[in-house]
Structure formats: structure tokens, C-alpha cells
Design a protein around this ligand. Structure first.
Ligand SMILES: O=C(O)CCC(=O)C(=O)O
Ligand SMILES: [Fe+2]
Length: 243
């Protein structure tokens, strides 16, 4: 008798326990070619959890709108920002601005968010986070690549979106002009570099995760353009690893 009940227990243990929260999230991978790709998980974080994090971050993060320098001119950055990093890392500096690095312990829910992102991306280990807050459709991020040296040549950058949907556009960098011996007119080169595969748009919804990998920062630029119809606030968290 004892052996048959232990047999039953064994059988039961062998059946995988299905938990609706563990069902594989729908993941889309877009191969950008030449060793670059984007992974997009439309619904990583359930809506109610995403709203809890949104409201916490909106209220508690010490948002600032710094003055930055682009092409020698000073601008007010067109969105709010905050930087969080593990102590002792190389300091981040972009567009003539060096943000103060807050600690993960200053805002404990950030550690839960980081855990959720790590869980979704096995093998990842992020140690810094740039947060953005877009207070409406006039806030934006212009074309750029996150190609700062401190991220290494093939950074994995994971971007979690909370709140209002916004478009995220990736565009291939124009291929370098050959120095000489090229008599192809500029108009023709332009046409070639604006093909269908040279631009991708992702609708970044509440709770979605978009990951740029490989040589995406070397070969592509990205932006979140202004949108007249986007009235509500969007919060974005971009996780990165500083080497
Ligand atoms: O808000 C986003 O989705 C992108 C932000 C971004 O590109 C950045 O912070 O470098
Ligand atoms: Fe970026």
C-alpha cells in the first residue's frame, strides 16, 4: 500500500503545475540584420501592477528637466528624467549633462521592477536605469543612439513603458558615404536608405517591454516623436548595463 501511495505522489509531482501567471508572454523578435535585433513583449506586466508602479514613480521619483547641449546649442530636455545606478560604476554623461545617480534602495519598487525585467530576459543583469517622463504629446525624445562607451559595443537595453501609449521609431543610420570614386547622385543614395526595412515603428503600450540588442546602437537611431493626440503622461524605464 505504502508503495502505491508514493507512486501516486510521484505521478502527481511529475505533472507540471499550470499557473496562468506563468504562461509564456507573447514575444516578437524583429531581426534588423547585421547582428542587430529587437525583442518586443507587448504585455509583460499586467495592467493593474503597471498602474501601481506608474503612480508610485510619478509621485516619488525626483524628476528633473535638465538643460542639455546638442550641436553647440542649449535646450531644455523635452521630457523629465532621473538616473539610478549601482554605486561605483562609471558615471553617465550625455549631451553635456551628468545626472546624479540615485540608488536602487532610495526607491524600493524599482528593485521589484528590475526583478521582473531580469525574469523576462534570462541572462540579463542590468545595473543602471534611466527613467523618462513624457507629460503629454509635446514631450519627446529626438533621434539618437545610446552608444555611449560605458555600455560597450553591443549593449542590451530594455525599455519598460507605463501609462499613455507612444510610438517608438527605429531608423537605420545612413550608410557612410564612400570617400571618393562614388558618382552616384545623393538623391539615389537617399532613396536606397529609406526602404521599407530601414524603419520600424512599435506602439509602446502600458506594461510592454522593448529590448534593443546586438549592434542596434551602432547601426540604428531611435526616437519617441511628438504626438498631438497623446495627452496623458507616459513613464519609461530603460535598463542598461554599465561595464
Ligand atoms: O521613452 C522611450 O521609450 C525611449 C527613451 C530613450 O530612448 C532613452 O532614454 O534613451
Ligand atoms: Fe534611447
Amino acid at each position: 500500500m505504502a508503495s502505491s501511495s508514493s507512486m501516486t505522489a510521484l505521478k502527481l509531482n511529475a505533472v507540471p503545475i499550470s499557473n496562468p501567471n506563468d504562461t509564456a508572454k507573447k514575444t516578437e523578435t524583429v531581426d534588423l540584420g547585421n547582428g542587430s535585433d529587437v525583442v518586443f513583449i507587448q504585455r509583460l506586466i499586467p495592467s493593474d501592477q503597471s498602474w501601481k508602479w506608474f503612480h508610485y514613480l510619478d509621485k516619488h521619483i525626483p524628476w528633473t528637466r535638465p538643460t542639455i547641449r546638442v550641436f553647440g546649442k542649449s535646450f531644455l530636455q523635452p521630457r523629465d528624467t532621473c538616473y539610478v545606478a549601482t554605486p561605483g560604476l562609471t558615471e553617465l554623461s550625455y549631451s553635456g549633462y551628468q545626472p546624479h545617480a540615485y540608488s536602487w534602495d532610495d526607491y524600493p519598487p524599482l528593485k521589484d521592477i528590475l526583478d521582473a525585467v531580469h525574469k523576462a530576459l534570462p541572462g540579463s543583469s542590468f545595473n543602471s536605469l534611466l527613467l523618462n517622463r513624457y507629460k503629454g504629446g509635446n514631450d519627446y525624445v529626438g533621434w539618437h543612439a545610446d552608444d555611449e562607451k560605458l555600455y560597450g559595443p553591443t549593449p542590451e537595453i530594455a525599455s519598460l513603458s507605463l501609462g499613455c501609449d507612444r510610438d517608438f521609431v527605429l531608423k537605420k543610420k545612413p550608410s557612410k558615404k564612400p570617400r571618393d570614386g562614388n558618382d552616384e547622385p545623393a538623391s539615389k543614395r537617399l532613396k536606397k536608405s529609406s526602404g521599407r526595412d530601414d524603419q520600424h515603428t512599435f506602439k509602446l503600450k502600458h506594461g510592454s517591454l522593448l529590448v534593443m540588442r546586438g549592434y542596434t546602437q551602432r547601426d540604428w537611431i531611435h526616437s519617441v516623436p511628438k504626438r498631438a493626440k497623446a495627452e496623458a503622461t507616459r513613464i519609461n524605464l530603460t535598463f542598461r548595463r554599465v561595464f
